[in-house]
Design a binder for this molecule. Structure first.
Ligand code: NAP
Length: 308
């Protein structure tokens, strides 16, 4: 049982998530994390991984013991502050793998087969004048995955069905049949397509830079379903403008929801508005798991999916 008004809900939640929350608990809401915290005695915060939680917010909640975050990245949380103040935190890993992998595969084909451009071409009547330009086949290509974790591995398994060779990079080699490369540059040298599924945060910031893009080369494609911070966006924009890579599909951006306007006129980029986990089933499952973590905390049990 979660005590009434002991949970501060921070950030905005889509209707489907709010409905799931309202069925289980009564929260106090703070939509803008930079506004003062409403008076109350909160032990828990419920938030989403796209809401940046500033330390200044947490300092206003002296009784805070736990943060339940919907999403799997936790680069939005001030981890040093949490550690120093013994505040636990949980995310919602696993339940969003299906949706994020499906988006990754969707973006992959949108990019290689130029589906958004083909749709515009068919609608505009241009088809009556000429045929749509030929594109390229995925089968036979090498797909390099940056971050072979829960999502990366699920994606690799799905991709096997398309007849590709899988390679990957990460902090260390895993026990698996795929070939490990010790750096993103080394992976980009062998890959036709690179897909990013690693965490955001300081350790991966700007990891996909000009050197990686040059190694990927003019026939290489980049897909980002991880975090915008992983790519050096200005290096990517100049590589796309100069056709030093074949194209990119991006679900996440450095300053989202603001887009760098240089992306807009480019024909070799497919853009989506951070919708990796944005399916009804997944958003409900994420919310449920976040609430289950809060229930575990208030029932003096260990969190189900804690951040270590
Ligand atoms: P995960 O299981 O923790 O996997 C992350 C993987 O990245 C791990 O294998 C990790 O290696 C690896 N990694 C860590 N540092 C790296 C580095 N410097 N270079 C390359 N690889 C590195 O997390 P997940 O559940 O798969 O989620 C991955 C990320 O996807 C999340 O952090 C989030 O940012 C993003 N995401 C995006 C969306 C979206 O809507 N687009 C939705 C959900 C998640 P080790 O195994 O050795 O630690």
């Amino acid at each position: 049982m979660i005590p009434v008004n002991s949970v501060l809900q921070v950030g905005s939640f889509p209707e489907i998530m709010q409905a799931e929350i309202d069925q289980s608990l009564k929260t106090v809401r703070l939509t803008n994390p930079h506004e003062p915290v409403p008076a109350g005695s909160y032990e828990a915060i419920l938030t989403r991984s796209n809401t940046l939680i500033p330390e200044s917010l947490l300092r206003q909640i002296p009784n805070l013991k736990v943060i339940a975050c919907c999403g799997v990245g936790y680069d939005n949380l001030p981890l040093d502050y949490l550690k120093a103040n013994s505040i636990q935190a949980s995310t919602t890993p696993g339940v969003l793998n299906d949706a994020v992998c499906e988006l990754g595969i969707g973006l992959l084909f949108a990019l290689l087969r130029r589906l958004p451009a083909a749709d515009r071409f068919a609608r505009s009547g241009e088809w009556q004048e000429q045929a749509f330009p030929v594109t390229t086949t995925l089968a036979g290509k090498t797909v390099g995955i940056v971050g072979l974790g829960r999502i990366g591995l699920d994606l690799a398994r799905r991709l096997e069905a398309f007849g590709v060779t899988i390679a990957y990079t990460g902090p260390s080699a895993k026990k698996c049949a795929y070939t490990f490369y010790s750096s993103a540059v080394a992976l980009a040298e062998v890959a036709d397509v690179i897909i990013l599924t690693c965490p955001g945060g300081p350790e991966t910031e700007g990891m996909i830079d000009a050197a990686v893009l040059n190694a990927l080369g003019p026939n290489g494609y980049l897909i980002n379903i991880a975090r915008g911070s992983v790519i050096d966006e200005s290096a990517l924009i100049s590589a796309l403008q100069q056709n030093r890579i074949a194209g990119a599909a991006l679900d996440v951006f450095e300053s989202e929801p603001q887009l760098n306007s240089a992306f807009i006129p480019l024909h070799n980029v497919v853009l989506s508005p951070h919708i990796g986990s944005a399916t009804r089933e997944t958003r409900q499952a994420m919310t449920r798991l976040a609430i289950d973590n809060l229930e575990a905390f208030f029932n003096h049990r260990p969190l189900l999916t804690p951040i270590h």
